[in-house]
Write a protein that binds this ligand. Structure first.
Ligand SMILES: CC(=O)[C@@H](O)[C@H](O)COP(=O)(O)O
Ligand SMILES: NCC(=O)COP(=O)(O)O
Length: 237
């Protein structure tokens, strides 16, 4: 069954708006796990606009499910991975000031760099995953660079879903089938929500994990965090 990792970046965004500790990111992570989340994801960006470096260390002490840290593998990120040793490190190729993640890795172009970084991460006993677009060549390249998993960047799927779910999923099915045949684990994330999640996992049932943040936190404003997590888990059953 596909696991749900709750991305709590947006909880930190709300906290940072007033500079205090409300909502408490650590408590939200603990509660999310108690409400059924099977993982906690954070993406500590260099400008600390939501998750801070301190949050990453504080969360290490409380996350009992699967701790997933996303980010561009610069010196700062790799230091965090070395010191925190999360369950999973997800490498994302985004430059420092983008609004949100906006591309997957070109695994051919960055082959040498990725090989070096991934072999270091794997040697720490941390599972590696790299964010990729649904492109079979990039999936083949992912296998070459030694990553344990890929994370399919689902923004294009989410955008296309409303007009044609079949068209929107086609490239993802092909990329996932390729990854599966190559023995890579498969995660997925970005802009997944209660309208598009079920179809994704119905069509690609061997997705190991989805990480969901923005829509889930927005839904929690209406339904509460506990109900919302249950609603997302229901889509994954
Ligand atoms: C890697 C990825 O897909 C992103 O969704 C990311 O984790 C979200 O980051 P922001 O919350 O900063 O938009
Ligand atoms: N890896 C994707 C993620 O963690 C959450 O993305 P989003 O749901 O905030 O778009």
């Amino acid at each position: 069954m596909t696991k749900l990792s709750v991305n709590i970046n947006k909880i930190a965004t709300i906290r940072n708006a007033r500079g205090g500790n409300n909502p408490n990111v650590v408590q939200v992570a603990k509660d999310a796990e108690q409400f059924g989340a099977q993982g906690i994801t954070v993406h500590p960006r260099p400008d600390e606009r939501h998750i801070t470096t301190q949050d990453v260390y504080d969360l290490k002490e409380v996350v009992t499910t699967e701790y997933n840290i996303e980010g561009y593998p610069d010196e700062r990120y790799l230091k965090l991975i070395e010191e925190v040793r999360p369950a999973q490190a997800t490498l994302v190729p985004d430059p420092p000031h983008v609004l949100t993640s906006n591309a997957g890795w070109d695994t051919q172009k960055h082959e040498g760099f990725l090989k070096e970084v991934i072999s270091h991460i794997n040697s720490l006993g941390v599972r590696s995953s790299i964010f990729v677009e649904p492109n079979e060549k990039h999936v083949e390249g992912a296998k070459e660079v030694g990553t344990n998993r890929i994370e399919l960047y689902t923004e294009m799927y989410a955008t296309g879903y409303e007009s044609s779910p079949e068209k929107a999923i086609a490239d993802y099915k092909a990329a996932a089938a390729k990854a599966n045949a190559l023995g890579l684990g498969i995660n997925a994330g970005h802009d997944l929500d209660l309208t598009n999640l079920k179809y994704l996992v119905q069509e690609i049932p061997y997705i190991d994990e989805v990480s969901i943040g923005h829509a889930l936190v927005c839904d929690a404003l209406y339904y509460g965090l506990e109900n919302t997590i249950q609603l997302y888990l229901r889509e994954l059953r």
